[in-house]
Unconditional design. Structure first.
Length: 230
């Protein structure tokens, strides 16, 4: 029995409609239907599919682990098909990624050199020609300036007014993927914080202490990225 058949049978046993499930879990009805039809490509992403399936299975009192394993197998098959069809595109993506990494290293080196240069010029302007320049002081000043530049972060607070699935990425690292209950709150800090929610009306966002209210409408999937101010 596949994923959709198990969900549909468990729902029928409990005499619940898709509308009942969508209303309780705050998940759009079309995503509930997609799970029961095994039409996972209609879901926003694999991350959302995992979150919706876990919440649905637990609500129906099913063990979500075997269902999630089967779902992972489905997406693995999809990815393998893509690799077989588009190997050249994958290589191009890797090359572009390496190029961006090298470019980042070059930019960091350039910024560090510029900081040292301007620190030397500033010290020369403030000291007489006969007074020697303290190289240790210059290095410390450049290091301090670099640290100040790198330390800038954005602080994000997430508050749940309604039940909603939350997925958070901080500085390109998956940090959180769970369902929040009303009254729950989370805080994240980083240079770039990306927030995805399954029920935009039930989630409030604050950035650096400033509240932006609800992210969107009820049972609507919403994604927002916040970056540190330069």
């Amino acid at each position: 029995m596949n994923i959709g058949e198990q969900l549909k049978e468990a729902r029928s046993d409990k005499k619940l409609s898709i509308s009942d499930i969508a209303s309780t879990l705050r998940i759009n009805k079309k995503y509930i239907q997609a799970l029961e039809d095994n039409n996972f490509l209609l879901l926003p992403s694999q991350i959302y599919a995992k979150g919706f399936l876990k919440a649905y299975a637990e609500y129906l009192e099913l063990d979500p682990k075997p269902l999630l394993i089967e779902l992972a197998g489905y997406y693995k098959g999809v990815e393998e098909s893509k690799k077989a069809v588009k190997p050249v595109m994958k290589n191009k993506k890797n090359i572009n990624t390496q190029y961006l990494i090298y470019a980042g290293y070059i930019m960091i080196a350039f910024i560090a050199a510029a900081l040292v240069f301007f620190s030397i010029r500033s010290l020369r302007a403030n000291n007489s020609a006969s007074k020697p320049i303290n190289i240790t002081t210059l290095a410390s000043a450049a290091k301090l300036e670099t640290k100040k530049v790198e330390a800038k972060k954005v602080d994000i607070k997430i508050e749940a007014a309604q039940r909603s699935w939350i997925y958070v990425i901080v500085d390109n690292k998956e940090t959180y993927s769970e369902t929040l209950e009303p009254g729950d709150s989370l805080s994240f800090s980083g240079k770039v914080v990306s927030v995805k929610v399954g029920n935009a009306a039930g989630v409030k966002i604050s950035r650096d202490g400033q509240s932006f209210g609800n992210m969107g409408d009820t049972a609507t999937v919403m994604e927002q990225t916040y970056r540190a101010m330069q």
